[in-house]
Ligand binder design. Structure first.
Ligand code: GDP
Length: 298
C-alpha cells in the first residue's frame, strides 16, 4: 500500500542522515521532496501542506540542526507527525462501543467497498476475540444476492444471521433484528445496509431511517482504500448526511498509494478503526498508526 511513498521517503532521508551537518536550508529542501511524495501518494493538498509545515517548524532551528544526528532527528519528527496525521490525538483504533445489550452496529458504504465482507470479518472478530454473541442482518432488499452472501459468510464463520423474509423494508428488517437480538440473548447485532455505486438520495434516506430506528452505538463506514482522495470524499459525505463513528479502510493489501489512510482523519475528523487486508475472513486488522508510520518510513 505504501511502497512508492516509502521508497520516495527513504531516498530523501537516506541523503539527509548521511549528510552529517544540516542547515535549515537542507531540511527545507528535503521537506519539499516529502511534500511532492505525499501528493503523489494521493494525500490531499491541505493535509500534505500542514504536514510539511508542522515538521518544518519542529525540525529547523538550533535544537535539531546543531544536534549530533540531525538527519535522524528529522526522521523521528516525521515519524511522530505521521502518527499524528494518521490518528489525531485519540487512541480509538480497534475499539467499538459495545456498552449496551444488545448493541447495534450499523455498517454503511458504497456497493463494492467490501461492506458485507467487512461485516462478517468484524462479527468473527467480536465472536473470537471479545467472546460476543453476534447476530448479522442484511438490509439490502434490492439485491437478494447480497443477503444470501451474508448468510453464506455467517455459516462459514459460525455467526448467526437473521432469517431472510421476502418483502420486508430495511426498517422492518432492522426492527426484527433488534427484537431477535434482544430475545435471543445476543450481545451485538450488525446491520449491513444496502450500498449503491454512488451516494444518492435514496441510499442516504434509507440509511438515515434505519439509523433512527436502530440508534446504533457505532456507525462504521466501509471505504475502498484504493480510491485515494475519493475515499475521503465519500467519508465526508456519509458523515455529513448520516454521521459516522469510525471508518474501515478496505483493500489495504492492494497497491493503492496510501493517500486515503493519510488524509482520512485530518479531513473528516473520524478515526480509521480497522483495515481490510484481503478477501479472507481473517484479513481484518486494528488500524495501528505507529505500525503504519513505521512501514511508511521503512
Ligand atoms: P459490498 O458490495 O460493499 O458489500 O462488497 P463485498 O463485501 O461484496 O466485497 C466486494 C469484493 O471485495 C469481494 O470480492 C470481497 O472479497 C473483496 N474485498 C473486501 N474487502 C477486501 C480487502 O480488504 N481486500 C481485498 N483484496 N478484497 C476485499
Amino acid at each position: 500500500m505504501f511502497e512508492n511513498l516509502s521508497e520516495r521517503l527513504s531516498g530523501v532521508f537516506d541523503r539527509l542522515t548521511k549528510q552529517g551537518a544540516l542547515s535549515d536550508e537542507d531540511v527545507k529542501t528535503a521537506l519539499r521532496e516529502v511534500r511532492v511524495a505525499l501528493l503523489e501518494a494521493d494525500v490531499s493538498l491541505p493535509v500534505a501542506r500542514d504536514f510539511v509545515k508542522a515538521v518544518q517548524e519542529k525540525a529547523t532551528g538550533q535544537a535539531v540542526t546543531k544536534s549530533i544526528t540531525p538527519g535522524q532527528q528529522v526522521v523521528k519528527i516525521v515519524h511522530d507527525e505521521l502518527v499524528h496525521v494518521l490518528a489525531g490525538d485519540a487512541g480509538e483504533a480497534g475499539q467499538l462501543k459495545i456498552d449496551q445489550i444488545p448493541a447495534p452496529i450499523l455498517m454503511v458504504g458504497l456497493q463494492g467497498s467490501g461492506k458485507t465482507t467487512t461485516t462478517a470479518k468484524l462479527a468473527k472478530r467480536l465472536k473470537e476475540r471479545d467472546n460476543k454473541r453476534v447476530l448479522m442482518a442484511s438490509l439490502d432488499t434490492n439485491r437478494p444476492a447480497a443477503m444470501e452472501q451474508l448468510q453464506i459468510l455467517g455459516a462459514q464463520i459460525g455467526v448467526d444471521t437473521l432469517p431472510i423474509v421476502k418483502g420486508e423494508t430495511p426498517v422492518q428488517i432492522a426492527k426484527r433484528a433488534k427484537t431477535q437480538a434482544s430475545l435471543g440473548g445476543y450481545d451485538v447485532y450488525m446491520l449491513d445496509t444496502a450500498g449503491r455505486l454512488h451516494i444518492d438520495e435514496e441510499l442516504i434516506q434509507q440509511a438515515a431511517e434505519v439509523r433512527d430506528v436502530a440508534n446504533p452505538r457505532e456507525t462504521l463506514l466501509v471505504v475502498d482504500g484504493l480510491t485515494g482522495q475519493d475515499a475521503v470524499n465519500v467519508a465526508t459525505e456519509f458523515d455529513d448526511k448520516i454521521g459516522v463513528t469510525g471508518v474501515v479502510l478496505t483493500r489495504m493489501d492492494g497497491d493503492g498509494r496510501g493517500g486515503a489512510a493519510l488524509s482520512m482523519r485530518a479531513v473528516t475528523g473520524k478515526p480509521i478503526k480497522f483495515v481490510g487486508l484481503g478477501e479472507k475472513m481473517e484479513a481484518l486488522e486494528t488500524f495501528e498508526p505507529e505500525r503504519i508510520a513505521g512501514r511508511i518510513l521503512g
